[in-house]
Structure formats: C-alpha cells, structure tokens
Design a protein around this ligand. Structure first.
Ligand code: PGA
Length: 263
C-alpha cells in the first residue's frame, strides 16, 4: 500500500483527482469504479475542473458504482445514482450508456447482482476502483463479517452505518436497511485501488485497516492483500497511524530509486 498524507481535504481531493485523470489519459476507455459519500465530493469537483480546464475526455470511460440502497428508485434524491449525476456525471462528457449504478428498485435483486457482476466482466474488469471507508471499517457496504470472496449481493446495513448515513435523510427511520453492494471479492479483482479518507472521525479505523491485522471485522483491511493500492488521507484521518514518518519519507523520496539503480 502506498500511503500519501495530504495537509488538507482540498489537497487530498486534488491528489486523488490527479491519480484518476492520469489513468484516464493513459487509457481512454478506462473502466472506473466509483464511490459515493462525503469523502469523494471534492475529488469529483477537481475532476470536473480538469474536464473543463484541460478537456479530460470521459466519453469512452465506463463507470461502475459500488453500491445502492435497496428500495430507492434511481431518481430518488437519496439514491446514489442521483448523487453521481449531481456531483459528477452531469458536469462531464460521460456517455450515459457506459454508466452503471446498481438499481435499488430492481424486482429481482439476486438476478440483478449476477447481471451486474457479468457487466463488470464484460467490460474487461475494473481498472481503477475508488473507495471510501465507513466508520465501521466497511468498503462499499461490506459490513463487518463480510467474506473476502463475496461478489455483488444484497447486504443488511450495520447499525453504525445507518446512524452515520442518517445525516442525509430526514430521520434515521428513513435510511434503508439493505443495500446492493459489490463484494469484497469484486473489489479485490480491480486492477488498481484508490482509497480516499478524511476527518478525525475515521482516524481509528484508518489505523486499524492499514496497520492492524487482516480481518473481516474491518473489511477495508482486505486491501492489505491487494497488489496495487494507493491510500490518500488528510492529516486528521492519518493522526492515529504509527508509521507516518516512514510513509512521508517514501512519498518524498520515491525518485531516489532511479539514482540507486544507476549507482
Ligand atoms: P463518507 O462515507 O464518505 O460519507 O464518510 C464513506 C463510506 O461509508 O464508505
């Protein structure tokens, strides 16, 4: 895992958007996995800026969102589909037929989940997956105890997730109790992963997933098993990490590898 500690939310967002833009420039038909929540809002704003100012081309990019609440129609203001259109898609030149968000109001969730997995495979697999982390250590809606081999499926939300996400709803009782979510297994199949985290609220869980044991009780810790993970944090989210000095040294001195090779 490569850990980058940014000074602020703004810097974290700019670094993350830079990583995504670089991948799109490298591969115009990138398959991009997307996340929702407060964390990536700044990253999406930066991407819109790069689109407007530098003409970053999204027209050939295919996107797959991580999750969606069961029961919410795509145009519901609390749906993740709505979130994605408001925060990113409507501001860039994405091709609507290349946008995939799980359908919360599908009549047959099980069949839908199998179809969604098949679409990811048909697109050639996810090249770069964006992730946030929940207060309970979840990635997507893979709540504590989720199998590391899990595919896209319906998952019951953990009480802490319902409380955390109630801030977006009128009242806690309105938060759906189930979600369709990519599995930990689906996420681990992505070629590259970019995890973004900000805020003091996440400091403990960040220390657990990066420096603690691999455990299904903190599903983000599964990323320790992945080949290519970038974690971009703000200083508050990084405040409980023990090896910050090392991470910062690596960030500032990566270029030395070339010098060492040429010695
Ligand atoms: P947040 O959610 O970005 O709103 O904190 C992250 C998550 O639950 O994955």
């Amino acid at each position: 895992m490569e850990i980058t500690i940014a000074r602020s939310y703004e810097e974290m967002s700019a670094i993350s958007a830079g990583i995504i833009a670089r991948e799109i420039k490298r591969k115009h038909d990138l398959v991009l996995g997307l996340a929702t929540g407060d964390t990536p809002v700044g990253t999406y704003k930066e991407l819109v800026k790069i689109f407007k100012e530098e003409g970053l081309d999204f027209s050939k990019v295919t996107t797959f969102n991580l999750d969606e609440y069961v029961g919410l129609p795509p145009l519901h203001k609390n749906s993740y589909n709505y979130f994605m259109w408001e925060n990113l898609f409507k501001h860039i030149n994405i091709t609507p037929s290349k946008v995939f968000v799980p359908q919360g109001n599908t009549e047959d969730p099980e069949e839908f989940c199998a179809w969604y997995e098949a679409q990811i495979k048909k697109a050639g697999g996810i090249d770069l997956q964006i992730l946030g982390i929940g207060g309970d250590g979840h990635i997507a809606f893979n709540e504590p105890g989720s199998s590391f081999a899990s595919p896209t499926r319906v998952k019951a939300l953990f009480e802490q997730t319902i409380v955390d996400n109630s801030r977006f709803f009128d009242k806690k009782e309105d938060v759906p109790r189930f979600a369709i979510t990519m599995g930990v297994g689906t996420i681990l199949e992505a070629k590259k992963i970019l995890m973004i985290v900000n805020g003091k609220r996440k400091a403990d869980v960040v220390a657990q997933f990066i420096e603690g044991p691999v455990t299904s009780q903190i599903t983000a810790s599964a990323l320790q098993l992945h080949r290519h993970v970038n974690v971009v944090l703000d200083a508050e989210a990084a405040s409980r990490l023990k090896r910050t000095e090392y991470y910062n040294w690596v960030r500032d001195n990566k270029h030395l590898v070339q010098k060492e090779v040429g010695r």
